[in-house]
Design a protein around this ligand. Sequence first.
Ligand code: 1PR
Length: 641
Amino acid sequence: MKVMMMMTTAITTIPTSTTSSTIMYNSRSSSNSAATTTSRVMLGRRGMMTSDDFNSRRILFHSSRSRSSSSRCQHKRKSLIAAAASASKGEVSLLDYGAGNVRSVRNAMQKLGYTVKDIKSPEDILAAKKLVFPGVGAYGSAMDILRERKLIEPLREYVLDGTKPFMGVCLGLQLLFDGSEESGGVEGLGLIPGTVTKFTGDDLIVPHIGWNVNEVKRESYLIDLQKDDPSVSVSERVYFVHSYRALPNENNKDWVLSTCDYGSEPFISAVQKGNVMATQFHPEKSGFTGLKIFDQFLSGGKSEMETSSALPSSASSDAVRKGLAKRVIACLDVRSNDAGDLVVTKGDSYDVREKSEGESGDVRNLGKPVELAKKYFDMGADEVSFLNITGYRDTPLKDAPMIDVLKLSSETVFVPLTVGGGIRDFTDSNGKHYSPLEVASAYFASGADKVSIGSDAVEVAEKFYANNEQGDGTSSIETISNRYGSQAVVISIDPRRKYETDPKNTKNKCIETKRKLGPNGEKYCWFQCTIKGGREGRDIGAYELAIAMEKLGAGEILLNCIDEDGQGNGFDHELVKMVADAVKIPVIASSGAGHPRHFSEVFGAVPACSAALAAGIFHRDEVTVKECKEDMAKSGLPTRL
Ligand code: 1PR
């Protein structure tokens, strides 16, 4: 049963320099709690609030922050707010060489109360008191940029000196090594012995995306252990996203702080020698656990943040506590309603309009994107996705509401953010051309960690098959993954069932369905890809699309299902199995979640499925993320509790 909700909200004005007391709302909402809490805090009409409205935004967020649900979160939040509210705790220099999303690292340090200074010249590195180096992009291009900007020698000098704090993140750890086989074999900074190599392992899903634990090798203030069993040297879960890794060996053992188990052998997940430290995982995307790691680094081990508590008894088994967790993702379908306000909406089989006596009404309004994203972060979602569902109509860069949504969300949401909608070639009525890479770059610079590509992926795959299963190097998938890495490219597939009496009637891969027969009793079906939010079906199946996308360099599949969207009957296991078994990149099951057990069921039925996503049940407050994860823990599935 869907909760029908109507909410109209209008902002009278938001002048650029306003404070919260000058903001006027006219709000009328139903009694639904999501609507009630969200009606007071909103991004505004499209384009009314710009990224310059910094003061008003801060005040808006502080007002929402006080509405917390769990006491554990409240405690954590209090420490953060106290840190942010106090005067700057000091300066930290940030080496942002402009190759991807480092906004979240910057936001994390600011949230913790530090002033961030950008490195602009080689001299700035040597003058830095504390240096953070969040490597992003591919190994080769990172080294090229460092070389061009003459930063290699100062960086080496700073680290070799070893007296001032240094923190590398992800590629910022890998670059400390001798070199990498990524980008065809490239030399690194040569500070830690060893070469970075690609993950190996039979049937291994690569990239390694998600929340995993560290096996901590020695005492350090940097990484907290799981609290319920101090005899075990396993850390709390942190967020990883990478395809290459460094391995421990005799020559680098004095650097190795922790390893993580994934693939054929454990890899180095953190290094530390005195004041020099680096993590393969992303503290800025690891929730409060990650913020604590930054806080420890910045304060020299004096952080007072409390992040972990004893795990519930359901998490007692190693299967639940260790290994790569199955992710639970909250998804926000975003569009403008008829009044021009940007809202989170939710469809039934992609129809997002309210229904009254068969008539189509307003766009269903379930709240405001920025506030809901924060709510799901607080609830323990492992990732948050935004889909600009009408993005296909125009270029998202023309009137860029999602850019502001990302900038604002990345100030308060410290888990990965994905954004999709409208990522493709576009020429506007004035003849201005927008490339997909341009759109994606704007999203990454605004705080997105991944972009998801829907309609364009279908057209790219059609060309791929027409061209003897070859890409031409110019597609959105190829250009974005070449620049930002495959882990940054998610393919959002919008399939619907197409029934056949005989599988030979289609060139696309068919299954014999046990889930639901066709309208005329047909027992065969394939999963037809659509574009433009399900409006147009194409002669290519989800199976064929996923295979083409993996070959072209995509890093993950978001597998929706139009038939099950909003139905609450559980995920379509037949579809998920077909696609997850076809590729070796992570697959996210989407559409149909109606109960916590649906998550355990899809992971149980399809072990190769890496994550599951839901929208409606979270927006309508019917199910919490925690309930889904507790059900998974009871079923013995690895999860981040
Ligand atoms: O084609 O690259 O411009 O991207 C547009 C994106 O917008 C695509 O990712 C497409 O999936 C999405 N989209 C377009 N129209 C709609 C719609 O609903 N009318 N939403 C739409 C897709 C599907 C899920 C949904 C799950 C879970 N939404 O993301 O959140 O089905 O829902 P549930 O848990 O309530 O069942 P492009």
